[in-house]
Design a binder for this molecule. Structure first.
Ligand code: PMP
Length: 368
């Protein structure tokens, strides 16, 4: 499609597969209930919504470029130094600028097989070479990651809990990974789903980032806070790392309304607690329902996130399940494009949606 005599994208750009978003509508345009993008089924907290609406008065001026109040609210919520908090247009922007600042052509960026798809885009975009570590039955294998490190490794991306598998790497394993990495390698610990963990399940990433000079922890307002539409993420690292990242982030990268909504959201502990409890209850319930279909070839990967990865190893295929769920009005994420042809990722929805999904899967599995 690119003609000679026209601007030529760098060759590594043409090696990138564009991000494929979760479906919101069926082929015929019918809207679907989206269980494909790991959004909060309970919605957005009233306080965040009210703060957002109140902030839409002055649309003429740019947002606070330093996001001072947002950084202070995050610092207060997590006991962090606000000067070391950075914010992004979604945590996606932070993943991109981490790769840009610390890797380039000739360098290697390491992540696990079945890692978050943006790591591949962020790596290739800067001309760096992706290196993929093997997994251990869909879970992160710290020994495989450490074994894949070379002299050229500059950045390691790890989501915890991981997307699309939902698997969790323990605090002890994260500490072992960090200790095993050379101190000049940046460990990007992507905690997009960390708010879904119970306190005792915390992987210790933010505590490590308080003292380590080579950890960048990222979080998002898109998941438990129910603010995906506003595109706000944040991250925490040493002052030196944050300084480098500020040099290349987009100016005014978080909107005025987004900053206001995020401040209210991070203070709304009750909403977060309610969303976490709902997720845990229905995730465990759905996992039990899928496990009960084990003799029909369905298997669930243990998840600590707000979704389940279901593996189809019998007569019913993931593709057939996705299509049948779509016919009943539900969008789910078939992971064929990510090397998981037998995998379907389903976000935990409301009680009604979750019961409905279980009913549909049971009918399909037993009929197959
Ligand atoms: N990291 C992981 C592991 C994710 O699953 C997502 C969202 N799909 C993101 C980062 C990016 O989220 P956002 O840009 O909305 O903050």
């Amino acid at each position: 499609i690119i003609k000679s005599g026209t601007p030529q994208p760098k060759p590594w750009i043409m090696d990138i597969s564009a991000y494929v978003p979760g479906k919101a509508s069926a082929a015929d345009g019918r809207p679907l209930i989206k269980l494909s993008a790991n959004e909060n089924p309970l919605g957005t907290s009233e306080s965040a919504r009210a703060a957002l609406m109140a902030a839409t008065g002055d649309l003429r001026t740019y947002p606070d470029p330093g996001a001072v109040q947002l950084r202070e609210a995050i610092g207060a919520a997590f006991g962090l130094d606000p000067a070391r908090v950075i914010y992004g247009t979604g945590s996606d922007e932070l993943l991109h600028i981490a790769a840009s600042a610390f890797a380039g052509p000739g360098d290697e960026v390491l992540y696990v097989r079945h890692g978050f798809s943006v790591y591949d885009i962020a790596t290739r975009r800067v001309g760096a070479t992706p290196v993929i570590a093997r997994d251990k039955d869909y879970a992160t294998d710290v020994d495989a990651l450490l074994g894949a490190v070379t002299d050229k490794t500059r950045v390691v991306f790890l989501a915890n809990p991981n997307n699309p598998t939902g698997t969790m790497t323990s605090a002890a394993e994260i500490a072992r990974l960090h200790t095993g990495l050379r101190s000049d390698i940046l460990l990007v610990l992507d905690q997009a789903y960390a708010e879904y963990l119970e306190p005792e399940e915390d992987d210790g990433g933010l505590a490590l980032a308080q003292t380590a000079n080579n950890i960048f922890v990222t979080r998002t307002f898109s998941k438990i806070h129910g603010l995906a539409a506003e595109r706000i993420g944040w991250g925490y690292a040493s002052a030196a790392i944050i300084d480098a990242l500020h040099r290349i982030r987009a100016p005014f990268n978080v909107t005025t309304a987004g900053q206001a909504a995020a401040i209210a959201a991070i203070r709304d502990d009750a909403w977060v607690a309610r969303s976490r409890a709902h997720n845990r209850q229905w995730r465990e319930w759905l996992a039990g329902e899928i496990t009960a279909l084990g003799n029909h070839g369905l298997r669930v990967v243990p998840s600590k996130a707000n979704f389940l990865l279901i593996l189809f190893e019998g007569a019913l295929t993931a593709e057939a399940a996705m299509n049948a769920l779509m016919a009943e009005g539900y969008a789910t994420r078939w992971l064929a494009g990510q090397g998981l042809t037998n995998g379907l990722r389903i976000t935990i929805g409301t009680e009604e949606q979750t019961r409905d999904v279980a009913r549909i899967l049971r009918a399909l599995a037993t009929a197959a």
